[in-house]
Design a protein around this ligand. Structure first.
Ligand code: EZ4
Ligand code: CO
Length: 448
């Protein structure tokens, strides 16, 4: 890929649109990228982008959505939500991206992706890649609507019945968590993530106050929580021993360490939970140093999943190439959209790494819709996370995906099948919220 870069920057095709990019004030000035004959000016297939804007809404939690419209009136939506940093992405889009989109051909999805990635000079990073993803998904949505086809069909068609999902069971203690696993089995789930409070710690990642749905970004300024690795390492294996004893072996069990262990501690946990046959152990250690996973692999055959905080193929190149992980979690909204995640999935496939997309509540139904179409097509699908959105959120984002028999099924409507009720969205104004932080018992900063 890096050798491509020098060729691309020398290519007149890649540089010409930048030189002639129209401004928002002159939407009728057509960039050279918009002069493709298929655009048929004035026809119902006129793909010229004439408007784009960002919608911020907080139906229970904050969401940022990009809305792009073509000359022919086709509208596409992309999720641009980055939890706790929402307005940074909104400003990136409004100030720097939307002005260069106006006048372009919405059908040139790849060229627009390259323009926003290579053309920005400053590459990667969650804010940039989330903004690019929002544009990319909105353009795929537009393409589907113009073609009258669901997104999965544009990607290459259906590979499976539906996407196996896992939901989140949690409890203040092991017995409460195991009871909740039981309730999800009754609802038809075939895979469940289990998290439990740690004895001696007041608040633990993934565990809600009694009866409330878990929502990590809960305060305007970061909530300070306390973490103890020894306490956690003692209780975590007991959780899975109990869940297997209560619910047997016909269930896929998952667990999220949420980056809190060092590599050797992660190896210890992966080894201790081996008898309980997890589907995966997630984010066992922070992954900036991809080589650190070699240590975990040396000690255990517990399958490993990583990548919800990644935003590029380069964040997981060594992890995948060296087969240090089994599932890649990077999903569409934070990884540059369908155009980049498709490359990542193909790269993963040749190393027998499967997808396991992030699907927490902070990824909007727009991302979920796009992800489910991707899951329906991608040959190396593993599982899809499904942390339920609130009813208010679902009302703001009308969608056609449904849960049935432990799987989520994307709909058949053209594009990704998710829209926004802007009148309702306007009733829920932005409310600043940040993610918590974690400190050790002596006050030293740790990974949340
Ligand atoms: O903490 O999406 O696997 N799921 C997770 C999530 C993340 C949030 C952060 O915004 O780790 O709950
Ligand atoms: Co996670």
């Amino acid at each position: 890929m890096s050798t491509d870069d020098s060729r691309a920057s020398a290519s007149p095709r890649a540089t010409a649109p930048m030189a002639t990019a129209p401004t928002a004030a002159a939407p009728t000035t057509v960039a050279s990228g918009s002069s493709s004959p298929a655009a048929k000016p004035g026809s119902t297939l006129d793909r010229r982008i004439v408007a784009a804007r960002v919608i911020v809404t907080c139906p229970g939690r904050n969401f940022v959505t990009l809305r792009i419209e073509t000359q022919a009136g086709v509208v596409g939506l992309g999720d641009a939500t980055l939890n706790g940093r929402e307005l940074a992405v909104a400003a990136y889009l409004t100030e720097h991206v939307i002005p260069v989109l106006i006048g372009r051909d919405a059908g040139q999805i790849e060229d627009i992706w390259q323009f926003l990635y290579r053309g920005a000079y400053w590459r990667r990073g969650p804010v940039t890649m989330t903004a690019i993803a929002a544009v990319d998904v909105a353009l795929w949505d537009i393409l589907g609507k113009m073609a009258g086809l669901p997104l999965y069909q544009l990607l290459g068609g259906r590979s499976r019945e539906g996407a196996l999902v896992y939901c989140h069971a949690n409890g203040r203690d092991i017995s409460e968590a195991s009871d909740q696993v039981g309730r999800y089995i009754e609802q038809g789930y075939k895979a469940v993530r289990a998290q439990a409070g740690v004895p001696g710690l007041r608040k633990t990642y993934g565990v809600s106050a009694s009866g409330k749905a878990y929502e990590p970004a809960e305060s305007e300024l970061p909530l300070e929580t306390v973490w103890s690795t020894p306490k956690y390492l003692r209780s975590a294996p007991e959780l899975f021993e109990r869940v297997r004893a209560d619910h047997g072996w016909d269930l896929e069990l998952l667990h999220d360490v949420h980056h809190r262990l060092t590599p050797i501690e992660a190896a210890r946990l992966a080894k201790d939970v081996e008898p309980f046959r997890l589907f995966w152990l997630e984010d066992a250690t922070p992954a900036e140093n991809q080589k650190s996973f070699e240590l975990i692999r040396k000690h255990s055959v517990t399958p490993l999943a990583v990548g919800e905080v990644f935003n590029s193929i380069w964040d997981c190149k060594h992890l995948i190439e060296s087969q240090l992980i089994d599932y890649i979690r990077t999903t569409i909204v934070h990884g540059g959209g369908i155009t980049h995640i498709r490359r990542l999935a193909d790269f993963a496939a040749i190393h027998q790494v499967r997808t396991g997309f992030h699907g927490a509540t902070d990824l909007s139904p727009v991302c979920m819709g796009a992800a489910l179409h991707f899951d329906t097509w991608v040959p190396n699908f593993g599982i899809q996370e499904y942390m339920h959105h609130s009813q208010e959120t679902l009302d703001v984002f009308p969608h056609d995906y449904v849960f049935r028999d432990g799987r989520l099924h994307c709909g058949e409507s053209p594009g990704h099948g998710v829209s926004i009720d802007e009148t309702l969205a306007a009733k829920f104004p932005y409310s600043p919220k940040q993610l918590p932080i974690a400190r050790l018992e002596d006050g030293g900063m740790w990974d949340w």
